[in-house]
Design a protein around this ligand. Structure first.
Ligand code: FAD
Length: 397
């Protein structure tokens, strides 16, 4: 039986970044990752707002491209182009995960167990202290704290009785001729739970994908046909899951969840990177506090992790979910009318899709100040009284 202060399950972005934030403490940390190589399999479109460089020291080699415009195409092909003063990054996601891993693995207090699957845990009492006994595919580990950074299909979340709703996502990388300064989002009833995307990686390579709740293969074929893309010409193909819904319960005695396992993902875009990086800072602070005060109860974890997370990240995630719930019910005509209003009021170049969409509350207020936008949403709600119940349910969650 090996003893550590804490175990982190999952060495993707959430696990590696959290570990990096704790690597200068004297905590003995075990990181358990089922894959042998960090960052693989690659499962990301890699588009992240400029906030990324305010949250972490971003090395240049991780940035592959930057885009100026978000082209949003509605179901009939009508589109708007949003271009505020923000240029989101297109990142090398594998290199980004490895960046924190390489900085962390050199610390003697951190041990990575790669190619090793977390299987289960149980609580144990020892000298009146609650411990956690972890079983992996290769060993047993005893810790005071367990952190679930094990992604959308988190085993830790499911052992704690939490079920994430998930969307299926698929993506190819392919040489093509689109605009290298533009990210494209395509809305369609068939993939209403998110959208289809075309993200320019640079060097004329594009990441093209969709996410939805069903018929992913067929929908992807339809999406590729819309843009005359020959699937056979792909350089590579990726698949993955995107958690969908509101942020989960985060805290339990001696345990908490971070990143996709906690559903810290923007339901309007499927993006999780910014949210998990913010949440990881609260997570690291909470772990330091738990060990400093020798308190590991759910109440302590709620105080130092869940509550600040809910008031910053959780509140915005609710608004993302609200936007998503409305978009899912949008008719072709609704898209058309809203796009016409945005074009006619000339706010297209004042909104930055990726920048403003991290914290959409401010964007919503900005939009609702425009009388024609306010009147559009007012009429929409009057026509669909069920929206009010839905909105109230989300806000009261
Ligand atoms: C197709 C696609 C495109 C995306 N595009 C974007 C984007 O453009 N911008 C953006 O911000 N976000 C995007 N996302 C979301 C983003 O990738 C995630 O939010 C982010 O990767 C979450 O990181 P994580 O560390 O929480 O979880 P994950 O990256 O899912 O990592 C979980 C880790 O846990 C490991 N693991 C799981 N179970 C076990 C176990 N039992 N034992 C040991 N190890 C285990 C896994 O192997 C994995 O390494 C996209 C997601 C997908 C699927």
């Amino acid at each position: 039986m090996e003893k550590f202060d804490l175990a982190i399950v999952g060495a993707s972005l959430a696990g590696n970044y959290l570990c990096y934030l704790l690597s200068n403490t004297d905590l003995k940390i075990a990181v358990i990752e089922e894959h042998k190589a960090i960052g693989l399999p690659f499962q990301c479109a890699g588009i992240v707002s400029q906030k990324l460089s305010r949250l972490v020291n971003l090395p240049n080699e991780i940035i592959l491209n930057r885009v100026k415009t978000a082209k949003i195409i509605g179901p009939t092909g009508v589109y708007i182009k949003l271009s505020g003063n923000e240029k989101p990054y297109i990142i090398d996601r594998i290199a980004f995960d490895c960046f924190f891993f390489n900085k962390t693995k050199i610390h003697e207090n951190v041990i990575y167990f790669l190619g090793e699957k977390f299987k289960k845990f149980e609580y144990k009492k020892d000298n009146h202290q609650k411990h956690i006994l972890i079983e992996t595919s290769k060993r047993k580990i005893k810790v005071r704290m367990l952190i679930g950074c094990d992604g959308p299909s988190s085993s830790i979340a499911s052992l704690l009785g939490i079920k994430n709703k998930k969307l299926f996502a698929t993506q190819i990388r392919i040489k093509a001729r689109f605009n290298e300064d533009e990210a494209v989002m395509v809305f369609d009833k068939r993939w209403k739970e998110l959208f289809g995307w075309i993200v320019p990686e640079g060097q004329q390579i594009y990441r093209i994908g969709i996410a939805c709740s069903k018929n992913i293969a067929n929908n992807f074929r339809i999406f590729l046909n819309k843009f005359d893309i020959d699937f056979q010409q792909k350089i590579s193909q990726q698949g993955g899951l995107i958690p969908y819904g509101l942020m989960n319960r985060l805290s339990f005695d001696n345990i908490f969840l971070l990143g996709d396992s906690a559903c810290q993902v923007k339901a309007s875009t499927g993006g999780g990177i910014i949210m998990l990086l913010i949440a990881a800072k609260y997570a690291a602070n909470c772990i330091k506090k738990c060990f400093a005060y020798d308190k590991f109860s759910k109440k302590t974890i709620q105080k130092y992790y869940e509550n600040p997370c809910r008031s910053i990240v959780g509140r915005e995630l609710k608004i993302h979910y609200l936007i998503r719930s409305i978009l899912e019910r949008f008719t072709t005509d609704n898209f058309y009318k809203l796009f016409q209003i945005i074009k006619s009021t000339k706010i297209e170049n004042k909104i930055s899709f990726y920048g403003d969409m991290d914290f959409p509350k401010a964007l919503l207020f900005k939009l609702l100040k425009v009388p024609s936008v306010l009147s559009f949403f007012f009429k929409l709600i009057l026509k669909n009284p069920k929206f009010i119940i839905r909105i109230l349910k989300i806000l009261m969650h």
